[in-house]
Design a protein around this ligand. Structure first.
Ligand code: WT7
Length: 650
């Protein structure tokens, strides 16, 4: 992964038709950073405004005078931009293609006209249920069209949606409902993932019984699998029944560009997940513009982003970006290995997908199955491949390019975060030569920089912490309910910059290579998990005295979760307790937080002031005891020896 790494030059045929060529990139990038108002003012014109903005960028990272505002006097509605304005020229075009979990269940094609009607009906229903502009609505749904309908219906009436991924457990739902004070939850009877059923409604029931989650007045339930569920009247209402009879016209709320559009919870290095707050104008302009440029979008593309709407990728590149661009977005409820490991490629052939965007973890898992399940499909419709969520190892990149794309499709490795709202470092397929494993170059307006731990800027080829020197319209605006935490988390570490939490290398060509998180966040299969969250789940078990959790390299998941557990006096380790603790974490947070390894730790390596030295625990988990570094500051160095012995014995 060095400068000597092979370069895949821009495909000449692709470049000849591309929206953005090499020259365009150089020219537009220069303009975007030198004259951001002119550049982003023009980008704003891609949206339909109820009142066009006269202001563009109003940003200061100076802590004494901190503000991030874009298009601050503009007014618009996100759902109008995603739906109403498409009706005239694209009314019959498919906005969504829905591919269900089971290939035997018919796919659905939902036109812009139909999606508009469904959103309006639900918007009216929500208003009738007392939901007003600014109210929070929690969405806990499977990957079905109603999830998109729910998001856009909130946007239409100015309600702030908080989508909670269906893999989260009741406690996680309760925490998120409580934090933002949701008045209404939209869920389904069950979700389907391969042969498994996810008891969504039962999870909501359990969550709403938990202390503090009492802001919810109404639960709307989509009948999806038809499973028998408990309906608690008058709180619970069938989704179908409340939308039936509603008008298919719904007056959109006039939203200020800086009014909230959604909250999305994500893990940080400390404490409970934080509610990342995105606003309307800048977010939508940025999501739609990046979607068009990075995927080189054409009118007749069939675009498939495999991310669940429970993650930011699903928000920006499954829903808001593509629909604001009038694209056809494929929604897939299932999993890559059901009914078999050809499923992704079969779906691509079935719906003639042209643009495909997925995660390295999925690529690695499918790569392990060999070429045959790919080669049994055509994939001739594909013209571009994308990845997101974690660093992609060059081997997986090449397999994606050679085997999935038959060597014809550029691969865009897109680096961004929940906080950034949209893609920040990425190739543009007609402009950027590719290097497997590198997210390559900054998007327009993005000014990445590397700093050492003292905050010193590093020039040229270097490795350090990745910061961003200036704002872009899609940047998050606050942590919901805790603006100070927003400032402290992102702007205090390296004053005058936004700190990403990522480590990164820049090579001699100015290409960026993300090396992974440098904070206490683990990236498991492209999903962020805070070590602190897993630790607090573990210590909430009555038999656990103390726990320390670190990430370790994992072939498929990128990183796995490694937990060190100290039991309370009198308890003894054993297989049953091991199983109990793993199940306890799944129950407290959800299956995505399942520890891969749990090691009994009679003691943890601590400094004399009592701070756990994670650096050492990470090295033990990696099974690299020769790289432990300086252990002389430990209160009791013998703890390390016993942990290493135990680890080696595994
Ligand atoms: C973290 C953000 C943004 C969509 C999904 C994840 C890592 C993301 C890449 C990439 C290397 C990547 C970073 C980042 N990450 N994309 N292309 N190459 N690392 O969003 O859950 O907010 O996680 O994912 O470490 O900080 P998220």
């Amino acid at each position: 992964m060095s400068e000597a790494a092979p370069v895949y030059p821009v495909d000449a045929r692709f470049a000849a038709q591309a929206r953005i060529t090499r020259d365009d990139y150089e020219r537009l990038y220069a303009e975007s950073v030198e004259q951001p108002d002119a550049f982003w003012g023009r980008v704003a014109q891609r949206l339909d405004w109820m009142r066009p903005p006269t202001q563009v960028k109003d940003v200061s990272y100076d802590l004494a005078d901190f503000r991030i505002r874009w298009y601050a006097d503009g007014e618009l509605n996100a759902s109008v931009n995603c739906l109403d304005r498409q009706l005239e020229t694209r009314g019959d075009k498919a906005a969504l293609i829905f591919e269900p979990d089971d290939p035997a269940t018919p796919a659905q094609r939902i036109s812009y006209r139909e999606l508009h009607e469904r959103v309006c009906r639900l918007g009216n229903a929500l208003r009738n249920l007392g939901i007003c502009k600014g109210d929070r609505v929690t969405i806990y749904l499977p990957m079905i069209p109603d999830a998109v309908v729910a998001m856009l219906a909130c946007a239409r009436i100015g309600a702030v949606h908080s989508v909670v991924f269906g893999g989260f457990a009741p406690q996680s739902i309760a925490d998120r409902v409580k934090d933002c004070g949701s008045k209404l939850v939209i869920t389904a009877d069950e979700g389907l993932r391969g042969t498994k059923r996810v008891p969504l409604k039962a999870n909501v029931d359990a969550a709403l019984k938990m202390p503090g989650a009492n802001s919810v007045e109404t639960v709307l339930v989509v009948r999806h699998t038809g499973a028998a569920i408990d309906m608690q009247m008058p709180r619970d209402r069938w989704f179908d029944a409340v939308v039936a009879g509603q008008s298919a016209q719904c007056e959109p709320e006039r939203m200020n560009a800086e009014d909230p559009l959604f909250i999305l919870y994500t893990s940080g290095s400390t404490g409970k997940p934080k509610g990342v707050l995105h606003t309307t104008g800048g977010y939508l302009a940025y999501a739609s513009y990046t979607h068009e440029c990075v995927f080189d979008l054409r009118e007749d593309d069939v675009y498939w982003c495999t991310a669940d709407v429970g993650w930011v990728t699903g928000h920006s590149y499954g829903v808001y970006g593509p629909l604001a661009n009038g694209a056809t977005s494929l929604i897939f409820e299932g999993v890559p290995n059901y009914p078999d490991v050809s499923r992704f490629w079969q779906v691509i052939d079935k719906h003639q997908v042209t643009l495909f965007y997925t995660a390295p973890t999925a690529i690695r898992a499918l790569m392990r199955e060999g070429e045959a399940p790919v080669k049994s499909t055509s994939r001739a419709s594909l013209r571009l491949l994308g990845t997101v969520g974690e660093p992609i190892n060059p081997e997986a990149w090449r397999w994606y390019f050679d085997v999935v794309g038959d060597g014809r499709c550029p691969v865009v490795d897109t680096w961004w975060q929940t906080e950034t709202g949209g893609i920040l470092i990425t190739p543009l397929p007609g402009a950027t030569d590719l290097k497997p494993g590198s997210a390559t170059k900054p998007f327009f307006g993005v000014r990445p920089a590397l700093v050492d731990t003292n905050g010193q800027l590093l020039e040229g080829a270097a490795e350090g912490n990745l910061v961003l020197l200036d704002s872009w319209p899609g940047q998050m605006r606050s942590v919901y309910g805790d603006h100070q935490r927003f400032i402290d988390t992102y702007f205090r570490t390296y004053p005058g910059t936004y700190f990403t939490g990522d480590g990164c290398r820049r090579d001699a060509d100015g290409y960026y290579w993300i090396t992974g998180r440098v904070d206490d966040v683990i990236n498991v299969s492209g999903h962020r998990i805070g070590t602190a969250e897993v630790e607090s789940a573990l210590v909430s078990h009555p038999k656990v005295a103390e726990a320390a959790v670190v990430g370790f390299p994992h072939d498929l998941k990128g990183q796995g979760i490694y937990a060190y557990v100290t039991l309370v006096a009198g308890e003894s380790p054993g297989d049953e307790l091991h199983r109990d603790l793993v199940a306890h974490v799944r129950k407290e947070i959800g299956p995505i937080a399942t520890p891969d390894h749990l090691q009994w730790a009679p003691g943890l390596p601590k400094t004399r002031s009592g701070k756990i030295m994670r650096r050492i625990l990470r090295k033990i988990a990696e099974d690299a005891p020769d790289q432990l570094g300086d252990t002389s500051t430990l209160a009791d160095p013998s703890v390390v020896e016993s942990l290493v012995r135990e680890r080696r014995g595994r």
